[in-house]
Design a protein around this ligand. Structure first.
Ligand SMILES: Nc1ncnc2c1ncn2[C@@H]1O[C@H](COP(=O)(O)OP(=O)(O)OP(=O)(O)O)[C@@H](O)[C@H]1O
Length: 133
């Protein structure tokens, strides 16, 4: 059984510009489409598992609500960084499908951004758990 999330094909024509509430609803739909696309990335699925493990460990360890909220916020920041990293990879693969220094550096910079957020998440969880014992 495949765990790949269904990836929606792009619309054949650009959608018309919307205003007001219609714009808000459309933006929400675009964000949901981005989330579903990100689910197709194995790295993001691993990060979801990591996030659930960290939150469960903190909750079972008796962490306070503010600590759980901060950890949740840091996990959302990690998801946002993974989304931007995936967007960079998509653009780089389109602009430079061949091997190039530009492509390698762009992808490595995106990877470093994700790594930084992983360190912050693990560091905060470890510090919080140590404070509980
Ligand atoms: N077109 C390219 N030109 C030069 N170096 C590249 C290119 N594509 C990838 N690389 C190098 O290979 C490394 C791995 O790239 P790759 O795209 O496989 O990353 P990844 O994190 O494994 O991505 P994914 O898991 O999404 O496939 C990059 O960090 C970069 O250093």
């Amino acid at each position: 059984m495949s765990l790949e999330a269904p990836v929606q094909p792009p619309p054949p024509v650009p959608p018309e510009k919307l205003r007001g509430l219609a714009h808000l609803f459309a933006s929400t739909r675009y964000s949901l489409a981005g989330f579903l696309r990100l689910l197709a990335e194995p790295a993001f699925r691993h990060e979801i598992v990591l996030g659930l493990v960290l939150l469960a460990a903190l909750a079972l360890g008796g962490a306070t609500t503010p600590v759980l909220l901060i950890q949740g916020g840091l996990l959302l920041a990690l998801a946002a960084t993974e989304a931007l990293n995936t967007a960079i990879e998509l653009i780089v693969d389109r602009v430079s499908p061949e091997f190039s220094a530009f492509a390698g550096q762009a992808k490595d910079l995106g990877s470093f951004a994700v790594f930084c957020l992983l360190v912050v998440n693990l560091g905060f969880a470890a510090w919080s758990l140590l404070a509980l014992v």
